[in-house]
Design a protein around this ligand. Structure first.
Ligand code: 2AM
Length: 405
């Protein structure tokens, strides 16, 4: 079995290489060796949760994660890399640009010196955490000049600085399920769709799904696609194009949550002709990173409880965008607010034990007898948009697995 945690130690310069396939526009890297002084300058409170928080450590041990260390030469990446490697001794692998003698300079295009490194990265990419050392001198070129083992000049460091001082904004922030829990939830969602599709009451209401009465409907086929990484989106940023995303990323609560492990509580599963999803009950701690306008953004005229849009998209019909799942969930919440909980039309058993209710227009909700808990890591997705896998028998290709936390 390969390492579960891969730590990539680089400084970032704008070149084309495998990371550019995942981190648009610019992404690069180079590693440096740090003076042993750094550990002392990196107090516990500044250390990322994956080093100091037990719940996060346990979640990461259940996941397959790539950590990219980003920062100027001399800023403390190597020390951080070693600390992480030490913490995850038997299950981690440290890959450093130093091993490939890639000097940290600005490059204008995909450089040949990255190709070997790319090969190695492509064997380990899965979910990604981008971390930056929090050393006080990380952007101080005068100090970095004496600390970087590449002996880069002040001028060279100043040239590198602009790409690294800017926040790297993801496509979206959210909670990403640990591998084992993701597999479990996919199986649960298959069970749900199979049992729902076999309910007499469901078969009687096929026209709402655009099928004729008595026609055969395989829900696993109807929901043709599923996100390649199951997650609960907190803030959609579109790499910074969405207004307010930079402010969101700057929030203290977001910075504190980044790379931390959380347990998500799923109270219901739902299916509509467009989407199938899981309703997530956010805890007070999780609400700290839930955007104030998340519900208003899609239902401006309603007053819906904060966090009521929180969900995990499990599948969508062909041509339907993932974002629809949260909108469908809010439709259920609105109906519940107006006391139309729907008709109770049956019960499911096993993994998906609970009561099924129907709210017209093909909207089905399963209230689980027992909440499902899944482990997750709060992080960002830096990959390309719209990467999906088939809902049925999703056998992922290597690159499809490389999406990102
Ligand atoms: P989802 O959270 O319902 O699954 C990438 O497209 C991810 O960002 C998907 O997970 C998607 O929906 C979510 N997403 C896409 N556009 C969005 C938007 N405008 N607002 C919030 N989330 C969005």
């Amino acid at each position: 079995m390969g390492a579960k945690l891969n730590i990539i130690n680089f400084c970032e310069t704008p070149v084309g290489s495998i990371l550019n396939r995942f981190i648009p526009e610019r992404a690069k890297v180079l590693h440096r060796r740090m003076s042993s002084q750094a550990s002392k300058d990196h107090p516990d409170s500044q250390k990322p949760p994956l080093l100091v928080d037990d719940h996060t450590v346990a979640t990461i041990r259940d996941s397959k994660i790539l950590v990219i260390l980003r920062g100027l030469p001399g800023s403390g990446k190597t020390t951080l890399a070693r600390d992480i490697e030490q913490k995850y001794k038997d299950t981690s692998r440290l890959i450093s640009a130093d091993q490939y003698e890639i000097k940290p300079v600005l490059r204008s295009s995909g450089a040949a010196d990255y190709s070997k490194l790319d090969d190695e990265l492509s064997t380990c990419l899965d979910k990604l955490v981008v971390l930056e050392p929090k050393t006080p001198w990380r952007l101080d070129c005068a100090q970095l000049k004496d600390r970087n083992h590449w002996k880069l000049s002040l001028e060279e460091l100043k040239n590198l600085r602009p790409t690294l001082e800017k926040e790297l904004l993801p496509l979206y922030f959210g909670w990403f399920l640990a591998k084992r829990d993701e597999d479990f939830l996919r199986k649960t969602s298959h069970d749900f769709l199979e049992q729902l599709g076999n309910l007499k009451a469901f078969k009687k209401r096929l026209p709402a799904f655009g099928y004729e009465d008595k026609q055969k409907l395989d829900l696993l086929k109807h929901f043709a696609k599923s996100p390649n990484i199951l997650h609960c989106t907190a803030k959609f940023c579109d790499y910074g194009k969405v207004l307010g995303s930079e402010e969101y990323a700057q929030q203290e609560a977001v910075k504190k949550a980044y790379s931390r492990g959380y347990t998500l509580h799923i109270s219901a599963l739902f299916a509509t002709p467009r989407t199938v999803g899981a309703q997530v009950d956010l805890t007070a701690d999780q609400l700290l990173v839930w955007p104030l306008d998340a519900e208003k953004e899609v239902m401006p005229r309603d007053n819906l409880p904060r966090g009521s849009r929180a969900h995990i998209t499990l599948g969508t019909a062909a041509e339907v965008q993932d974002v629809q799942t949260g909108i469908d969930l809010l439709e259920f919440v609105k109906l519940q607010q107006s006391r139309s909980d729907g008709e109770n039309l049956g019960e499911l058993t096993g993994l998906v034990a609970g009561k099924v209710s129907y709210c017209d227009n093909g909207m089905w909700m399963l209230n689980l007898s027992r909440k499902i808990e899944v482990k997750s890591i709060y992080s960002g997705y830096y990959g390309k948009p719209g990467v999906n896998v088939p809902l049925r028998g999703s056998k992922k290709g290597l690159l499809n697995q490389c999406q990102i936390m």
